[in-house]
Design a protein around this ligand. Sequence first.
Ligand SMILES: [Zn+2]
Length: 294
Amino acid sequence: MKHPLLPRLLLLGLLLAGAGARADSGEDAAQDDWCATIARRLHSVSLAQCRKLDLAPPGARSNNGHALMVGDIAPAAKPVASGGSARAKAPRVLVIGGIHGDELTSASIVFRWLQWMDDPEASRYHWRVIPVANPDGLLADPPQRANANGVDLNRNFPTPDWERDAHSYWAKRTDRDPRRYPGDSAGSEIETRWLNEQIEDFQPDVIVSIHAPYSLLDYDGPARQPRRFGHLNLNRLGVYPGSLGNYGGLHKNMPVITIELPHATVMPPLREQKEIWQDMLTWMRRNIASQTRS
Ligand SMILES: [Zn+2]
């Protein structure tokens, strides 16, 4: 007896399998394209290094259509007696590079750190990395600090003082410097809103935000402030209306470390990169514990 349904089910199965394979390869291809674009701009980043990052499919895109990419590096989940998992207990570190597009080293160093996140001391943390928070700025020709709308993303976070102070600060303290325009309203930019979503979703125990070229360390928030990472000494600059340090450190009460590398386009020597990384891990081991989350 003929079974008319069977071939159709088989066909449907084949179609579904084909669709799944296409979706996977489509995501890989999207990451490959993104990595190729980024590696062309950042000479110290190789395609292989970028591909090592297990990036999530882009949930958001910049104004110019570049994917806002984020990757997670988490300890392997191990069942524990309480029924939870080691992964859930790992302290969470959010690393943000390239929020200012013309600070190329601030993105490059995130790719370098990715190579070290498997090391024993680093692998106890759950890392969420955003190597390029402002792809339109980084990929502009020449690279620019602001995003495609001409907004300084690090002045666009919705801090409580934004409405009152952001525009008057910009006018009086920066003389309306177009590189420091805070936006028409708090959180007006897609990149800022997306970063905020990452913070809300991930609930980091510490945020590490990387900049250049002031060659110092800045800190906002609870926990004991770091004094020195490598050759970078703590020099608290204070906060600005709409800055991430103000938003995360003061408003949301999360430790925010700001690393200012010494050059925007020249990476520190490898030895100095390692010293910064090692001192950061030492500070984290002593000062950051996973928060109890309900
Ligand atoms: Zn910067």
